[in-house]
Design a protein around this ligand. Structure first.
Ligand code: 6CS
Length: 360
């Protein structure tokens, strides 16, 4: 059972977020200070795009606890909720410039810098089999080498790619066929590819931080959005949306990242400790997301005060969206260029091989 935060109503108010170390508190980042026995100690910051009780935050806290224990207190990590450093795009700048050492980053917010990261926006690219996706995200050379190199050009090292669960649509009207998206004001993250994908369905996409999403849905400025179930429930979007479509049109991939300079500056034993925690966290994150998504689906189903009509697309209905989504792979290849195209092609081969191995 996960620790749940208090109810979040409306806009995100992250009172606990005082990232004093960013921009000037000289005491907070004691990186590399010699401890009592002459060994360096590190006080580091781990920034997330979510709130306490939500997946990224709980992951980061578990990561922090394990790292502190494994290093006998030589790396002490403060975990920060979303909300104090501007939008998710601003947060990506904080990890690039080393104001924070660790961060969970959604690639959907890095599309204006690391173009290749937009491949995660390609709908119907990953498998419908969670185990296949788990294996591919952990083992893919396309991602863990090819794509990671692209992030490293920005001084950000992806340590792990992991899924927060299948993506579903919510709307103030039913979303069952592409025609339902005609003139639909769709909230998206900041990636041209995500926006163009929704234009293929006839929607009118609007990029927005999730901080503003509840209010925009409530006011009717935005008609709908996409997210994993746990997030739809925990951010209370279902309160201001009448319909939820189980579309599984994508998976929500998050990246555990570290500032490259910081990582490279660590003594070998501490860098190894970081790597070990990254490995330990893979199954933990997988189990957490499965449990949280299942538990919070029930919460939406049982919320009588905020009834939500839940509709699961049939395979035929999914195919109608798939047909419009697949040409986006060529759009990605043309738009992002040769390196991105090679990463995508290799990833597709890896997914197909994993599907075959799984007997799908
Ligand atoms: O929709 C969003 O933008 C947010 N969704 C999730 C699952 N995590 C953080 C992100 O910013």
């Amino acid at each position: 059972m996960f620790k749940r935060k208090g109810l979040l109503t409306g806009t995100v108010v992250s009172a606990a977020f005082v990232l004093a170390a960013c921009g000037g508190d000289e005491d907070a980042g004691t990186n590399g200070d010699a401890g009592a026995e002459g060994e360096e100690t590190y006080e580091v910051r781990f920034l997330t795009e979510e709130l306490e009780g939500q997946l990224q935050y709980e992951y980061a806290q578990e990561f922090a606890d394990r790292l502190e224990e494994k290093t006998d207190g030589r790396i002490v990590t403060d975990v920060y909720e979303f909300g104090g450093l501007g939008s998710e795009v601003n947060q990506f700048q904080e990890i690039q410039n080393g104001n924070v050492e660790f961060a969970i980053v959604s690639p959907g917010f890095t599309g204006t810098t690391v173009q290749e990261g937009q491949l995660f926006a390609l709908q119907f690219l990953f498998s419908d089999d969670e185990d296949v996706n788990y294996q591919v995200l952990n083992e893919s050379e396309a991602l863990n080498e090819g794509l990671s190199e692209k992030y490293e050009e920005y001084n950000v090292k992806p340590l792990a790619y992991w899924s927060e669960g299948g993506m579903q649509w919510t709307g103030n009207s039913p979303l069952r066929e592409p025609a339902d998206f005609e003139n639909f004001q769709m909230r998206t993250q900041e990636s041209t590819l995500i926006q163009t994908s929704y234009e293929q369905y006839g929607a009118d996409p609007t990029p927005l931080s999730w901080e503003e999403l509840y209010t925009s849905l409530q006011l009717g400025n935005i008609d709908g959005q996409e997210n994993p179930i746990f997030f739809i429930e925990d951010a209370n979007f279902h309160e201001v949306q009448d319909h939820m479509t189980i579309s599984d049109h994508n998976i929500y991939v998050a990246m555990t990242t570290v500032n490259t300079d910081f990582y490279n500056s660590l003594p070998d034993d501490l860098r190894e400790a970081v790597d070990e925690v990254v490995e330990e966290m893979r199954p933990v994150a997988h189990d957490m997301q499965l449990e949280m998504n299942e538990e919070l689906l029930s919460a939406i189903e049982e919320d009588e005060d905020n009834p939500t009509e839940i509709y699961t697309l049939s395979e035929e209905e999914r195919d109608a969206f798939r047909e419009l989504a697949e040409p986006m792979q060529d759009f990605f290849r043309d738009d992002v260029g040769e390196d991105g195209a090679a990463i995508l092609d290799q990833l597709i081969e890896e997914i197909e091989a994993a599907e075959e191995e799984a007997g799908n």
